[in-house]
Design a protein around this ligand. Structure first.
Ligand code: HEM
Length: 356
């Protein structure tokens, strides 16, 4: 089979902005691994089933796995840079690491498509998983966050988005088209934020509020969000991540926030941004946005290529037979595929939804 480019191999990481999103973080219960492995190859079929009748709905489903979950679910090579989210304790603000084995990032123009996909998948998974975080995000006006600023303007696009977000063969030949995604749920202190003028808010973000223009370097404070998130590599080139942040809110909970989600070909770039924000840059400048926004969750997941989900490697400890081994020249090898567990979802077990 010809080798796919990162863009062709990837799940829909690089895909257009939508009006709605659902972020589901799951943990896998003890003993739930087999049920999860059973459902993973059917994820793309569920997305087709739900989204096919609504081409304008733009349903995109991205699935990622945390570091510990990866080792529970999959044998074989692991993504080179996959590790747990690194919690940060800065002088004034903290970024906690919170539980999470699986991330489902669902996007569409209409929330019902995200809901239907999640409903099918979670029903199949049954008691094998626990939903530990759930955020329904919405597009707020012209892609603003609830602080009132346009969010996503400087996102890379096209080939630059692919290069920023997706693993290529040079970086990790076993995981071409994969992506490292970091998520954090932030809640805003809206009363304190609203007490500031637009000008003061703009100095905290690093852009003007109404017309969304980046402040000139001479004016932009070093403690601004944009200044601290402009990160350059050793070659002096700016390093990008691909963000799909969404606004969320609940009046009952008294909560208004931004769900931060950043994809990158390496977790290092996003982690550098987080260190700048929370711990401070080399001059000790910390991000003033944190005086008004509190990180309440934090997780790091690896989003493998589509083909990995469709045909995951054997479970840990279930080694696959060597490619040229046959039962006759390898009497010790058991050529039978591992038995599929019985359905745990109460379904009739009519078999896989996978395309044949
Ligand atoms: C830029 C909002 C968290 C990385 C921006 C901008 C806004 C914004 C309004 C300017 C427009 C643009 O998108 O280019 C927020 C809010 C956050 C948040 C409300 C949560 C409270 C984060 C986090 C990271 C991050 C946690 C990284 C770990 C960036 C980057 C830029 C940016 C890389 C573009 C900088 C540039 O090159 O101009 N953000 N952000 N943001 N943000 Fe955030």
């Amino acid at each position: 089979m010809p080798k796919l480019s990162p863009a062709d191999a990837a799940q829909p990481v690089v895909s257009p902005l939508t009006s709605a999103a659902m972020f589901l973080v799951l943990t896998i219960e003890d003993g739930g691994e087999d049920a999860v492995r059973e459902v993973v190859p059917d994820l793309s079929a569920y997305a087709r089933a739900v989204g096919f009748g609504y081409p304008e709905g733009g349903l995109a489903c991205v699935t990622g796995f945390g570091s510990a979950a990866w080792d529970r679910l999959f044998g074989g090579p692991r993504p080179a840079e996959l590790h747990p989210f690194v919690a940060l304790d800065g002088p004034r603000h903290s970024a906690p690491a919170t539980p999470g084995d699986i991330l489902l990032h669902l996007r569409a123009q209409q929330l019902d498509l995200c809901y239907d996909f999640a409903e099918h998948v979670l029903r199949r998974l049954g008691g094998a998983v626990k939903v530990v975080d759930e955020v329904h995000g919405f597009r707020y006006h012209d892609n603003r966050d609830l602080l009132g600023f346009v969010d996503g303007t400087e996102n890379p696009e096209g080939v630059e988005a692919v290069e920023a977000a997706l693993v290529d063969a040079e970086r990790d030949p076993d995981f071409v088209g994969g992506s490292y995604v970091i998520v954090q749920k932030y809640t805003h202190d809206m009363a304190a934020w609203r007490a500031l003028s637009d000008l003061e808010q703009g100095l905290i973000i690093g852009r003007t509020k109404i017309d969304n223009i980046e402040l000139p370097d001479a004016v932009k404070p070093k403690t601004s969000h944009v200044a601290l998130n402009t990160v350059v590599g050793p070659d002096g080139e700016e390093q990008d991540i691909l963000r799909h942040n969404m606004a969320f809110g609940s009046f009952r909970e008294g909560e208004a926030g931004t769900y931060f989600i950043g994809y990158c070909a390496t977790p290092e770039v996003t982690e550098q941004m987080l260190r700048n924000m929370f711990l401070g840059d080399e001059e000790g400048n910390q991000d003033r946005i944190l005086d008004f926004s509190t990180a309440v969750t934090g997780g790091l997941f690896f989003v493998p290529a589509k083909s990995f989900l469709d045909d995951p490697p054997p479970a840990p400890g279930e080694d696959s037979p060597a490619p040229d081994a046959s039962p006759s020249d390898s009497p010790a090898a058991d050529p039978a595929p591992p038995a599929r567990p019985r359905p745990t979802d109460g379904s009739l077990g009519l078999g896989s939804l996978k395309r044949s």
